[in-house]
Design a protein around this ligand. Structure first.
Ligand code: SAM
Length: 380
């Protein structure tokens, strides 16, 4: 996709992006004209006034920039509710991270009612103030919002497409070593600039085995924030499970020789492209999740690995096909879009295979419904 093919933002959006670019440039001046890509991504997505998720612009759903599983189909949350219901114990809470438009919470709570499950609290921890407001409008008193991670949490933590939105470092491997791809201003424009990797980044990068392609250059991302986040969840979890759902791979696939351009992806009005400097603040920037790094982080905070599977396998194990079969086939206006959305969630060519579900936890003895068949924990 050429950038000239992307739709042009309206003048107000362009002005907001310009304001964010000026903040970025001010920080670059203070930092000697270089910041890590992780810092750039943090500001582009979360700068409190103009960052993509902080500003009113972050749009989910068909009319926005991208569609997530819960946005696409109520079947996603209804199926996940079956796993949540099987795990919930008296006095437990459900804690959702990064609830976006609130679609998952809304459908999941409805389905728990339908399953006769009650007596739990549904909590949301959302970093974006604007999204918190949007969630409040949709969910009202059914949910409580937290400002920070609770201590001694008992219950189920859920994070759908949150880990991919956490800042990553960008690196280049060549025959002469590992360099960090950061951001600078070059000829008046934000641009990539390489320099030797900082000690902490270098140490983590040196643990990764990279097969250099014939070109002698391999670019990829190093996600450090997501594992750190999972470690903090592990510390907060006294009893229960954490389900992380996202697109990504185990480490050996993440750094596969054929993926020599990395996994960084930008989304703007349903167009995917690879330029993170296109209108900062107006587009989503993501990187795939290294699920091996998440599993390791969980183990470091004393959590057990409860399961790892592709989204298709997890949803089928939890009963998505039975849920769809129970719908009224004669009601074509309702059934046809529901069946089409199930197809997108499950098809290996769409979300079914790229998206994975990782479950880790503490004090859970029973096998999890979602991993009854096709558990791929061994691949992590
Ligand atoms: C791609 S959206 C996904 C939204 C929603 N989960 C869905 O599936 O539709 C990422 C969400 O994660 C939030 N977020 C990012 N980092 C977070 C963090 N450390 N804690 C909580 N929320 C976070 C963003 O504000 C946003 O709501």
């Amino acid at each position: 996709m050429r950038l000239s093919e992307l739709p042009c933002p309206d003048p107000a959006a362009q002005a907001a992006s310009r304001a964010l670019a000026e903040r970025l440039e001010a920080e670059l001046r203070m930092q000697g004209n270089w910041i890590s890509f992780a810092r750039y991504m943090e500001l582009a997505l979360y700068e409190p006034q103009y960052g993509y998720y902080a500003a009113a612009g972050a749009q989910f759903g068909r009319s926005g920039d991208f569609v997530t599983g819960p946005e696409l189909s109520p079947l996603f949350a209804r199926t996940l509710a079956r796993q949540v219901a099987a795990l919930l114990q008296p006095g437990d809470a459900v804690l959702e991270f990064g609830a976006g438009s609130g679609a998952l919470a809304a459908h999941l709570c409805d389905e728990l009612v339908a399953l006769g499950v009650g007596g739990y609290r549904y909590l949301i921890l959302e970093t974006s103030r604007v999204l918190r407001e949007r969630q409040r409008e949709r969910l009202g008193a059914r949910v409580q919002w937290l400002e920070r991670l609770p201590e001694g949490f008992r219950g189920i933590m859920l994070a759908n497409e949150v880990a991919d939105a956490m800042p990553v470092h960008a690196l280049t491997w060549t025959r002469s070593g590992i360099a960090e791809r950061g951001v600078c201003v070059n000829e008046g424009e934000l641009a990539w600039c390489e320099r030797p990797a900082a000690a902490e980044v270098l140490a983590a990068a040196q643990e990764i085995a990279i097969d250099l392609p014939p070109s002698g250059r391999y670019e990829s991302e190093l996600p450090l924030a997501a594992p750190a986040w999972l470690r903090s969840l592990g510390t907060a979890l006294e009893h229960g499970a954490i389900l992380v759902i996202d697109y990504g791979f185990p480490r050996h696939e993440y750094y596969h020789p054929q993926r020599s351009m990395g996994t960084l992806m930008c989304h703007y009005r349903h167009r995917a492209h690879a330029d993170p400097f296109f209108y900062p603040g107006l587009q989503d920037i993501t990187a795939h999740v290294d699920f091996s790094a998440l599993a390791r982080a969980a183990a470091e905070s004393g959590l057990d690995l409860l399961g790892y599977a592709g989204q298709t396998q997890f949803l089928v194990n939890c009963g998505i096909t039975e849920l769809l079969a129970a719908e009224d086939h004669a009601d074509i206006a309702r059934y046809a879009p529901l069946a089409a959305s199930a197809q997108t969630l499950l098809s290996p060519a769409e979300m079914g295979e790229l998206f994975k579900v990782l479950a880790v936890g503490r004090g859970i003895d029973q096998p999890l419904l979602g991993f009854a068949q096709g558990d791929r924990s061994q691949s992590l």
